[in-house]
Design a protein around this ligand. Structure first.
Ligand code: ZN
Length: 249
């Protein structure tokens, strides 16, 4: 099976469209590591699409805040403003769908997906030290996570040796392969579709080819950032959220 693995779409329909075009014909099922909504201007378009097309999703912290499972009190002011705006925008069906999303970790079939970390759905795995804690409790050789909006992740090659997976750079549509090896453990982040923060403003995603040894392809695809920014301005979403899309920060 080949999976399209995405995360942190954040109501960015333009970015999602670019990802689906770049990935077309390359996968059988779609998995999402959470944060369908929050920050961006198109929550209903993204959730409508997810309900019809995504095989498995775990909830993210912005999904929880936007459907009232959490109160967004731990969010910064712009993130909270966007979450409250999203709450007013969402259709009843989409609100109910977000409320029904499971917390990770969610087993898929030989691997699992989470939003933050394996032991806490809201925790950030930024550093090898954070990853070490998770590697001790994984239970699966491969876990996909999101939340940090940074494409890449971590490989445990020996009990106390963790290598960082660097996201590939470039322009246009690019991809780079990571071949999975037996006896190694992987905590991999497909990157953020709708609000990348790793210095590359292109939409990020991964394709996991489970066949034989397994290969994870890291992809980037440019999208119409200006169109998303325009829609955000029309919705009067915070200016700082509009600007950061172009910076990839
Ligand atoms: Zn997020």
């Amino acid at each position: 099976m080949r999976y399209l693995v995405i995360s942190d779409i954040h109501s960015n329909w333009e970015a999602l469209k670019a990802v689906l075009e770049a990935a077309e014909g390359r996968y059988g099922r779609i998995l999402c590591c959470g944060d369908l909504v929050g920050y961006g201007p198109s929550p209903n378009a993204v959730v409508d699409w997810a309900r019809a097309n995504v095989a498995a999703v775990v909830r993210g912290n912005h999904d929880k805040a936007s459907c009232g499972i959490s109160d967004a009190q731990d969010f910064n002011s712009v993130a909270r403003a966007a979450a409250l705006w999203t709450r007013q925008e969402l259709s009843v069906e989409n609100m109910n769908y977000l409320r029904s999303l499971p917390a990770g970790p969610l087993p898929i079939g030989g691997f699992q997906i989470v939003h933050g970390s394996v032991h806490d759905e809201d925790e950030y795995v930024f550093l090898p030290l954070d990853a070490q804690e998770d590697f001790d409790r994984l239970g699966y050789p491969l876990t996909f996570f999101g939340h940090t909006h940074q494409q890449g992740g971590f490989v445990r090659v020996a009990p106390h040796r963790i290598n960082v997976v660097q996201a590939p750079r470039g322009a246009g549509i690019t991809s780079a392969d990571l071949e999975l090896r037996e006896r190694e453990q992987y905590l991999l982040n497909p990157g953020s579709v709708g609000q990348p923060r790793d210095g590359d403003s292109r939409a990020a995603f991964a394709i996991y080819d489970q066949g034989q040894r397994g290969v994870v392809e890291y992809w980037r695809a440019p999208y119409d950032i200006a169109a998303t920014q325009c829609a955000m301005a029309s919705a009067a979403l915070p200016e700082i959220l509009i600007q950061r899309l172009a910076l990839g920060r």
